[in-house]
Write a new protein. Structure first.
Length: 187
């Protein structure tokens, strides 16, 4: 008779071990001289690269940079709304940069962020990957296969979209309820 522990050990690595392997996978995503990251994206049905970045890469960034302020704003977006996802990067010296994430793969987003704030460790990792003939980040080899959807005009940011959008109409609110009874007969 085999114990539960023995069965689980034979089944393979534990969930915790797999999570730690993912968090510690190369390259280590240490960001230097950053104060905060603020990401705004659609909750579902759009912004696929940004959503994948949040799921796969943001935990690794948080693990490597525990003191970094990271804010993620996931917004419900209807099919008629059109705005782009973006990543606002604030450096310790107060300088701010915004990365447009529209139609980008998560590997592209990661490379752009690391180019911006990865520093010497990132440059060293890129050089090692180039000498070994390996991709700099996993998934990079598929970036060229992406199908670009044409956009007629540049999309606004979420902040601009909210500022220019008409206020939402509450379907339950009636400005003047219909008159009933005696009130309906009076002028």
């Amino acid at each position: 008779m085999t114990s539960r522990v023995a069965k689980r050990a034979a089944a393979g690595p534990s969930h915790l071990k797999r999570v730690l392997e993912h968090l510690n996978a190369g390259p280590k995503l240490t960001l230097s001289n950053l104060k905060s990251l603020k990401l705004s994206l659609a909750f579902q049905n759009d912004h696929f690269g940004a959503r994948h970045f949040v799921k796969e890469q943001l935990p690794r960034i948080r693990y490597a940079n525990p003191d970094l302020d990271i804010q993620v704003e996931k917004v419900r977006k209807s099919a008629t709304e059109a705005w782009r996802p973006e990543l606002e990067v604030e450096f310790e010296n107060g300088q701010q940069t915004t990365l447009d994430l529209h139609e980008k793969w998560s590997s592209t987003i990661l490379k752009e962020l690391m180019e911006l704030a990865g520093g010497e460790p990132w440059a060293k990792w890129k050089a090692e990957a180039a000498t070994k003939g390996l991709p700099v980040v996993a998934g990079e080899e598929n970036e060229g296969k992406a199908v670009k959807r044409p956009t007629r005009t540049p999309l606004p940011s979420l902040k601009t979209f909210r500022a220019n959008a008409p206020p939402p109409v509450d379907p339950t609110a009636d400005p003047e309820p219909p008159k009933t009874g005696v009130a309906a007969a009076l002028p």
